[in-house]
Design a protein. Structure first.
Length: 291
């Protein structure tokens, strides 16, 4: 069907508006990258640059050599890996029995999970709980409190319900117990939803910083986002401890160091996110057929 003039005008205006909106969101990121690659003279000029005039990697060399950044990278990777494993395991163990219609008090338990999505105890009760359990300044304080998300559990439960019941019944007739059915039949058939859940949980753990700020008082389990906050926002972490101020001005500026820190922290997820974005939408659709 041939488009009318009004539809063509709408398409052109829509494309122009979205392009302008995309440029306004892209420029701050491009500005940070350009600032991190600029020489001190170009950085202090504070002019409009699309690309660095005299590219240099001095700021990145200084930032990447900081021991706290390397430790924060290690902590974030460990937290993300352990958090994904624990979250997927616990969510699957809760979602599977709730997906079976013969499970006792199934509707009541689901109502309690939905209630937890609307109301929570708050930050102070959660902090007291973590403290009384002896998890302060440990990895478990970062991965256990939010290990099970009610939303993720509901999506996974709905996907489990879409698996044909005849397959599960045939396994039970052959003598398979519930745990064996879950491990050998349900989970192998649920690889798409498990992969999407791993992406959701992984991105969430990579971006979290508030819980690390509350539950870790030392730098032992400092994560990347908390290091970024202390460096750029609070300015409580110095990237040039004990160095001569004249040498600092010749090689880099505080602004270029902060910009390099932002890029170094966000670069992994920045490269990964465009490839996994479509799985986020797909994951929501996986469990949206049944309610």
């Amino acid at each position: 069907m041939k488009a009318t003039w009004s539809e063509r005008i709408f398409d052109v205006l829509n494309a122009a508006l979205l392009t302008a909106f995309g440029l306004t969101t892209l420029y701050p990121l491009l500005y940070i990258i350009t600032l991190s690659l600029s020489t001190p003279a170009d950085a202090l000029a504070m002019k409009f640059y699309w690309f660095p005039l005299h590219p240099t990697l001095m700021s990145y060399q200084k930032v990447l050599a900081h021991p706290d950044l390397l430790a924060a990278y290690s902590n974030t990777i460990i937290r993300t890996g352990v958090g994904i494993a624990i979250s997927l395991t616990m969510t699957a163990m809760i979602a599977y029995p709730l997906s079976r219609r013969t499970f006792p008090h199934r509707k009541l338990i689901m109502k309690l999970f939905v209630f937890s999505m609307l109301f929570s105890g708050g930050t102070i009760p959660m902090f007291l709980l973590v403290k009384n359990l002896g998890m302060l300044n440990t990895l478990w304080a970062l991965v256990l409190p939010g290990a099970v998300s009610a939303f993720n559990m509901i999506v996974m439960r709905n996907f489990f319900e879409s698996i044909p019941g005849e397959i599960i019944e045939s396994a039970r007739i052959d003598g398979a117990a519930e745990m064996r059915v879950l491990l050998r039949i349900v989970l192998p058939l649920s690889v798409p939803v498990m992969a999407v859940m791993a992406l959701w949980v992984g991105v969430a753990h990579w971006n979290h910083w508030f819980d690390a700020m509350i539950y870790t008082q030392d730098n032992r389990w400092q994560v990347l986002q908390l290091f970024l906050r202390r460096t750029v926002v609070d300015a409580t972490v110095s990237l040039t401890p004990g160095e001569d101020i004249n040498r600092i001005r010749e090689e880099y500026t505080p602004e270029s160091l902060k910009a390099a820190t932002i890029v170094a922290v966000t670069l992994p997820i920045l490269f990964l996110y465009p490839f996994i974005q479509r799985y986020f939408v797909k994951g929501i659709m996986l469990g949206s057929v049944k309610g």
